[in-house]
Design a binder for this molecule. Structure first.
Ligand code: KG4
Ligand code: ZN
Length: 334
């Protein structure tokens, strides 16, 4: 019997995400608490503070989500929690709450791979892509191109050799004095920038493979910030150049992956997928090349509980849940 109503719990980093997914009625409700404001004064996520805040937020958010969906705790058929990768203390909060609830309700629990959540999140949208497709996974920790042939059938085609695209956004933003998380702020500042004043390197653009490298870009931004008086316009111009460089590489490699595999559908997942320049350039390329690009809704691009409930629900259709309620998180997980 496939569990119908699945509660999803995401707590791998600095967002507490909770959602209810029903196998037939789809996403019923979801709620999110983001800790960004709390971490911003430290310029990055403080793991200990993150764990403590998940402890504070998770149960009230679960209650809120149940109320939104007009459900009771006892209606739950299964629980999916993020097993990794992520911050160990933060993961432990979601895992222990998920397993404790599972134990109390005597229902199965399943640990979900956070990146599988991101990867499958575009399937929550309508219209959704069909297998097989290429996924560009661009988050704060990962930049990967993947061929997706089905649930659990993923082939890594290429990935970053150093910094992730989100990291490149965040580190460039920090060099320009923007607050954490810098990606969206850098994008806003870039909108005021003058195109073409600065030209930054496009790392590995012509490497002939699907690998990425972004650490050189950060160094190039650092050099620019040292060479110039950082008035408002100059900061915006540098932001413009940084965003243009990151986006051009992402678009070019994603198109290359489609060309190599002959596939026609591209799915964008992860926080950087919220970037408007990336979206507009991919959409322009899609029209030119007769391909289709799919994005998760903006709220499901960054970390959220819906993607975990959803990935858990899909996994529960084809695999046995874990046995017992001993949880083992995987802070590092390929
Ligand atoms: O997927 P995500 O929420 O968390 C991870 O699992 O890493 O991605 C967060 C990353 C951060 O680096 C953030 O700066 C970036 O996504 N990001 C953006 C935008 N929104 C979020 N980067 C560029 N433009 C955006 N609009
Ligand atoms: Zn994520």
């Amino acid at each position: 019997l496939i569990p119908q109503l699945v509660l999803g719990i995401e707590s791998s980093c600095d967002e507490t995400g909770i959602a209810l997914y029903h196998q037939e009625r789809r996403l019923l409700a979801h709620a999110l608490f983001t800790q960004a404001a709390m971490h911003s004064e430290y310029g990055g996520v403080v793991p200990e503070l993150a764990s403590r805040d998940h402890v504070r937020r998770a149960l009230p958010l679960i209650r809120q989500t149940l109320e939104q969906a007009d459900c009771q705790l006892t209606d739950l058929d299964a629980i999916a929690y993020t097993r990794g990768p992520g911050l160990s203390g933060a993961l432990l909060v979601g895992a222990s709450i998920g397993c404790a609830l599972g134990y109390a309700l005597d229902i199965p629990v399943i640990g979900v791979h956070h990146l599988e959540g991101h990867l499958l999140s575009p399937l929550l949208a309508d219209p959704a892509p069909e297998f097989p497709f290429i996924a560009l996974l661009v988050s704060g920790g990962h930049t990967q191109l993947m061929r997706v042939d089905g649930i659990g059938q993923y082939t890594l085609l290429g990935e970053t050799l150093d910094d992730a695209a989100g990291e490149a956004f965040d580190k460039s933003a920090k060099l320009l004095g923007l607050s954490y998380p810098g990606g969206p702020e850098l994008a806003n500042l870039a909108a005021l920038g003058m195109p073409g004043r600065f030209k930054l390197p496009r790392p590995m653009l012509h490497s002939g493979d699907l690998e990425f490298s972004f650490s050189g870009l950060k160094t190039a931004v650092l050099t620019l910030t040292k060479q110039h008086e950082l008035d408002e316009q100059t900061r915006a111009d540098i932001a413009h150049a940084a965003q243009a460089a990151i986006v051009e590489v992402l678009v070019s490699k994603a198109l290359f992956a489609l060309k190599q595999t002959g596939l026609k559908q591209l799915v964008i997942a992860g926080g950087v997928g919220a970037n408007q320049l990336l979206r507009s350039q991919l959409n322009a390329a899609a029209t030119r090349k007769g391909i289709q690009v799919f994005y998760p809704a903006l709220e499901f691009c960054t970390d959220n509980g819906a993607m975990i409930a959803f990935a858990g629900a899909l996994r529960l259709r084809q695999q046995e849940p874990q046995v017992g309620y001993a949880f083992d998180i995987k802070p590092r997980w390929d």
